[in-house]
Design a binder for this molecule. Structure first.
Ligand SMILES: NC(=O)c1ccc[n+]([C@@H]2O[C@H](COP(=O)([O-])OP(=O)(O)OC[C@H]3O[C@@H](n4cnc5c(N)ncnc54)[C@H](OP(=O)(O)O)[C@@H]3O)[C@@H](O)[C@H]2O)c1
Length: 131
C-alpha cells in the first residue's frame, strides 16, 4: 500500500505561491515559523513529490531526512506512485501537480495562515473531491 497524502499552507483567500516562493516568505511571526517547522516534522522520513519549481525552493538541509523528488508532466501519476510501495508519500504541489494527483490523495493537511496579500498560485478546493 502507498499512503498518499498532501500537506500545504494557504493564505486567507487560498494563496499558495508568489514568484516561485511562498507568498509569506520572510514573515517571522509565530504562525508562519510554526507552520514551516510543522511541515518538516510531518514529512520527516517520508517521500515528498513535487514539481520542479517547488523542489527548487526546498532547502538543501531538508533533503537529508526526507526523500525529495521532482516529478514531471511526462510521467503517469500511477507509475510514479508505484515506485514508493510501503512508503508515506506527500504530494507537495504546485497546482498542476495537485490537478494530476488529487484523486489519489486520501489525507489533506492544510494550514490556513493569516496572510492576505498577493499571489500567483492558488489553492483549488476541487482537489479535495477529485475523482
Ligand atoms: N503554500 C504551499 O504549501 C505551497 C506548496 C507547493 C508549492 N507552492 C508554491 O507554488 C509555486 C510553485 O508551483 P508551480 O506550479 O509554479 O511549479 P511546480 O512546483 O514546478 O509544479 C508545476 C510543474 O510540475 C510538473 N508536473 C509534474 N507532474 C505533473 C503532472 N502529472 N501534470 C502536470 N504537471 C506536472 C510540470 O512541470 P514539467 O512539465 O516541466 O514537468 C508543472 O509545470 C511556488 O510559488 C511555491 O512556493 C506553495
Amino acid at each position: 500500500m502507498i499512503d498518499v497524502r498532501s500537506i500545504c499552507a494557504i493564505g486567507r483567500r487560498g494563496q499558495l505561491g508568489l514568484a516561485g516562493r511562498l507568498p509569506w516568505e520572510g514573515c517571522r511571526e509565530r504562525e508562519y515559523v510554526a507552520d514551516v517547522e510543522r511541515f518538516f516534522a510531518i514529512t520527516q522520513g517520508h517521500v515528498l513529490l513535487a514539481g520542479p519549481r517547488t523542489v527548487a525552493s526546498v532547502p538543501a538541509f531538508a533533503k537529508a531526512d526526507r526523500t525529495v523528488v521532482a516529478i514531471r508532466s511526462g510521467e503517469r501519476p500511477q507509475d510514479v506512485l508505484a515506485r514508493y510501495e510501503g512508503r508515506v508519500v506527500f504530494i507537495g504541489g504546485g497546482p498542476p501537480v495537485w490537478d494530476a494527483y488529487a484523486r489519489f490523495i486520501r489525507h489533506w493537511d492544510i494550514t490556513r495562515l493569516p496572510y492576505d496579500g498577493d499571489a500567483d498560485r492558488w489553492f483549488n478546493p476541487e482537489w479535495l473531491v477529485a475523482r
